[in-house]
Ligand binder design. Structure first.
Ligand code: ADP
Ligand code: ADP
Ligand code: MG
Length: 463
């Protein structure tokens, strides 16, 4: 049954984005919010708002009972989890379904399977999708670990089966370091994710991060091509693009086909992303994980394909079949997204909450700014530092880069420090312009270019 009232169980820019898609579909929106978010933009734009608890996320955005109760109380018939928080928590999806409501995403079973990174690796191998060499299941004993290491060689990554958001990954360069880190990793994974399970992967050097967007309705699965997300800091994405210009069309075809094959094998329902490492020299790709939710960087895909991914999610959850056929999904032009965080890039990306004094939002052709900001908004210190995403589209990559620089120069956020100067410097870098980078490249660049980030760039400084 089509969704009539949607509870948005998230905050920030993604809550705003979900609300927009819902209203365009004629769906009434109820924004769940913590005490600290009562005056958020998402609350202002929703048809109704409902408080779910105090500021700390553990008491509000992670509070399953409070969210389900709020949905029932406000007459919602569906819940969208956004990203982060409870988005990949099978118990939450189950609690929503048990309350007789629709969870906008795959079933609790599928989330449980693909959200466990070890189980997902196994599912990939079974579907004939290449994975990074490493352990077959969870690490059970020191002896089993030795056998894996003998095959992979060093360096290896020790990963938490339940990890995410760039957390729960450690690198070991030799057996000695491995023995030391593996105990630490298990204890920390237990504390951070409630699951101490670990696995090992060979560290692929100089790889790129390339991921495929898919949509499934439980029977059919289609892809909306790929995104390139190699510009990362501490294994977190800071800049994303679509398409990945380094892929030859044949390789793109194989990659997208592999992603669809794996999603079909698990009868995937909803929007999902299959993440891969791509070895450019060998033109080989290796599956690393699946995110069973909407991703932060989904807008670049929307720009190059014209598909509204959130609207698709809502329609699929309402029981509709996919509205697009694979052959009708175009791939046009080039899109770039940069994450604007309330952090000071000149001070090691220290978080910088504060009050937004003067906001000037970029506009014009091919520019989209998905943000939680408005003039006078006090950024709460309790949550992650993403303020917005600046997305540009143009007919090719050089034009998209020129547009990105133009739009970044228009952006003004007074009152807080942001990562905008980092993106301006990157857009000017010859390696970035040539798209010659890998997942560790930005960290090296940051060491060499710290001085450039201390300066205030753009016309914002002149007026
Ligand atoms: P994407 O995979 O969409 O590019 P990120 O990796 O940046 O996005 O993660 C999306 C959001 O989810 C971020 O706010 C991140 O901090 C959060 N997140 C991801 N995984 C977890 C997790 N396991 N626990 C807590 N927060 C997470
Ligand atoms: P998360 O769940 O935190 O998103 P991922 O498994 O997706 O974790 O990995 C996050 C990032 O860590 C990747 O984008 C990549 O930069 C790096 N990474 C992960 N696995 C490997 C690997 N086997 N070799 C090299 N880098 C890796
Ligand atoms: Mg990942």
């Amino acid at each position: 049954m089509p969704i009539r009232t949607l509870l948005i169980a998230n905050r920030g820019e993604i809550a705003v984005r979900i609300g927009r898609a819902a209203r365009e579909l004629g769906i009434r929106t109820v924004q769940a919010h913590s005490e600290a978010d009562a005056d958020s933009l998402a609350v202002q734009l929703a048809d109704e708002a409902v408080e779910i608890g105090p500021a700390p996320a553990s008491k509000s955005y992670l509070n399953v009972e409070a969210i389900v109760a709020a949905a029932k109380r406000t007459g919602a018939d569906a819940v969208h989890p956004g990203y982060g928080f409870l988005a990949e928590n099978p118990a939450f999806a189950q609690a929503v379904e048990d309350a007789g409501l629709t969870f906008v995403g795959p079933s609790a079973r599928t989330i449980g399977l693909m959200g466990d990174k070890v189980a997902a690796r196994t599912a990939a191998a079974e579907a004939g999708v290449p994975t990074v060499p490493g352990s077959e299941g969870r690490l059970e004993s020191p002896e089993a670990a030795r056998a894996v290491l003998a095959e992979t060689g060093f360096p290896v990554l020790i990963k938490a089966a339940a990890g995410g958001g760039g957390r729960g990954i450690r690198i070991a360069h030799d057996e000695h370091e491995f023995d030391r880190l593996v105990h630490q990793a298990a204890t920390e994974a237990q504390a951070a994710f409630g699951d101490g399970g670990l696995y090992v992967e060979k560290a692929i050097q100089h790889a790129r991060h390339v991921e495929v967007q898919i949509l499934g309705d439980g029977e059919n699965v289609i892809h909306c091509f790929e995104r390139e997300c190699s510009l990362q800091r501490r294994r977190q994405k800071v800049w994303e693009e679509a398409p990945a210009v380094e892929l030859r069309p044949e390789v793109r075809g194989q990659l997208c086909e592999a992603a669809v094959r794996l999603a079909r094998a698990v009868h995937y329902k909803g929007a999902g992303t299959l993440e891969f490492l791509y070895d450019e020299a060998a033109e080989a790709f290796y599956f690393i994980e699946m995110n069973t939710r909407i991703q932060v960087e989904h807008p670049v895909t929307e720009c190059v394909t014209g598909v509204d991914l959130i609207a698709e999610m809502l329609q699929i959850a309402g029981g509709a079949p996919l509205t697009h056929r694979q052959e009708d999904i175009p791939l046009e032009g080039h899109a770039i997204e940069v994450r604007i965080n309330a952090e000071d890039p000149a001070k090691n990306f220290m978080p910088f909450p504060g009050v937004v004094q003067d906001l000037r939002v970029p506009g014009g052709p091919g520019v989209r700014f998905d943000t939680l900001l408005y003039n006078g908004y006090a950024i709460p210190p309790f949550y992650d530092s993403l303020l917005g995403k600046l997305i540009v589209w143009a007919e090719d990559r050089p034009k998209a880069l020129a547009r990105l620089k133009r739009a970044l120069a228009e952006l003004r956020v007074e009152g807080v420090k942001t990562t905008a100067p980092l993106h301006l410097a990157l857009a000017d870098d010859p390696q970035v312009q040539a798209a010659k980078f890998h997942t560790r490249w930005l960290e090296g660049w940051l060491e060499d270019n710290a001085h450039r980030l201390a300066e205030t760039p753009g016309p914002a400084a002149q007026d």
